[in-house]
Design a protein. Structure first.
Length: 460
């Protein structure tokens, strides 16, 4: 950490002095990958100067570490020639991600700055669906032939691997470019130089299609523990690779989207600090309206039991306690199940297993809360007459209701994500507020049904 601060201070000082000779001398010994994260902490004005004086490789690497808003501002400070040089130097996958976030008119202007070859690459990647593997893949990979020796392969890597995205994995293709296998570079380095590449093939590889969803890619990265996965067309021809650094971004984006949905909002699709107020209100208002309309059913349910409340006003004292307990239990279950589904711990076929667990958990949790509720009423009844002479029956009503509603909330919260998944919807849309709203309404029915059964002939 101190070294990073020292590097940023040195860069800022040299830029402020406009000592570009010393700046270039300072940059010379650094590897681009090491310097870029620290350089990204500079101000926009300092970055613009650094980009003008530094190498294209440093500019491209640093640019990828910047947030979208900073990227836009930075490009505006550069002249057209400098901006074009930067865009052409960007890795294809990072450039596609950047262009994808721009308005169509600006993205078209940016495409016009690219060289014909780079423009063709960018257009081909942008043609794939928005959240597909094709949008994320890069064409910068190393492929060797099976008939080559290890020596020939290493010589080829040494000659052509400098500007490739990753060299941890080398791909083996036939004369038509069809993927045969992938090999870790470590295995090449430890093999005899005269050994044929085909002798190193074991067939233990997996691949992605450019139209595959990014969530599928993420699951394959977790399953096979790779730093890169190949992307092939319908003829199994290698057309690109997806690297683990992109998958980390995907994992963060997916987690952010799920958390926002769990909070009872549509996914924002852009940072909270940069999204416009109008768009944020629009994304939050729709769910709030749905939840509000759902809560109106609670008022309807209350009005249906108006006579019971009028005859036993004491029942109204526990309505917030009852419905909040059920909603909290449902929210807990929904959150746990949604997360378990997201990380692959449970699948749709496990629904009965989930139900059994939640039946047991809901019953035990309900017994705990029901017991506490019963004891609380019993203790208060010893010092006050707030619950009347039939406080024992009131305590039984509240305790029994808590058992039932916590059990019901747990079942609702656990099953709703699975049902939505089965119907083809995102399970995260069964957010905690949504489950709580559903349990609120049904909880009142459970409460007053039990109250009528227990208190009939006394308070009711």
């Amino acid at each position: 950490m101190p070294q990073e601060a020292n590097v940023r201070l040195t860069l800022s000082t040299l830029i402020a002095r406009r000592d570009f000779v010393a700046l270039k001398k300072f940059l010379e010994p650094w590897l681009v990958a090491d310097l870029a994260p620290m350089a990204a902490e500079l101000s926009i004005e300092e970055l613009a100067t650094l980009f003008r004086q530094g190498s294209r490789e440093l500019a491209a690497a640093t640019f990828t570490y910047l947030p979208l808003d900073a990227q836009k501002k930075l490009l505006k400070t550069l002249n057209q020639e400098q901006a074009a040089a930067l865009l052409n130097a960007l890795p294809p996958d990072d450039r596609t991600l950047f262009l994808n976030e721009l308005p169509l008119e600006i993205a078209m202007q940016m495409l016009g700055m690219l060289t014909p070859d780079e423009r063709q690459v960018a257009q081909s990647l942008l043609a794939y669906p928005k959240h597909s593997v094709g949008r994320m893949m890069t064409l910068d990979f190393v492929a060797v032939r099976p008939e080559w020796s290890v020596r020939e392969a290493l010589d080829y890597i040494r000659e052509h691997g400098y500007d490739r995205e990753t060299l941890n994995i080398v791909y083996v293709v036939d004369a038509d470019g069809r993927l045969l296998d992938d090999i870790r570079v470590r295995r090449l380095l430890l093999s005899p130089l005269d050994r044929p590449i085909r002798d190193l093939l074991d067939g233990n590889f997996t691949m992605l299609a450019p139209t595959d969803d990014r969530e599928k890619a993420l699951s394959l990265f977790k399953r096979f523990d790779r730093v890169a996965l190949p992307v092939t067309d319908e003829n199994q021809k290698l057309i690109g690779i997806v690297t683990v650094d992109d998958m980390l971004d995907v994992a963060e984006a997916e987690a952010t989207e799920d958390i926002q949905k769990l909070g009872g909002s549509e996914a924002l699709d852009e940072p909270y600090t940069t999204i416009s107020l109008t768009r944020m209100v629009k994304k939050r208002a729709s769910w709030l309206v749905v939840l509000f309309l759902g809560e109106t059913l609670t008022a309807t349910a209350m009005s249906y039991f108006e006579d019971e409340i009028a005859r036993a006003v004491v029942l109204a004292l526990f309505v917030p306690l009852i419905i909040s307990s059920g909603g909290n239990a449902g929210s807990q279950a929904a959150t746990l199940v949604i997360r378990a589904m997201a990380v692959g711990e449970i699948r749709l076929r496990d629904w009965w297993r989930v139900m059994r667990r939640e039946l047991a958990a809901g019953l035990l949790l309900g017994l705990i809360l029901g017991t506490i509720g019963f004891v609380r009423i019993a203790l208060w009844a010893q010092f006050t007459n707030i619950y009347g002479p039939h406080w024992g029956l009131v305590a039984v009503t509240v305790g029994s209701t808590l058992i039932g509603i916590v059990l019901w909330g747990s079942l609702m919260g656990s099953m709703l994500p699975l049902v939505l998944k089965r119907l083809g919807f995102d399970p995260a849309t069964s957010s905690a507020p949504f489950v709580a709203t559903l349990v609120d309404v049904t909880g009142l029915v459970i409460y007053f049904t039990i109250a009528y059964a227990v208190l009939r002939g006394t308070l009711l």
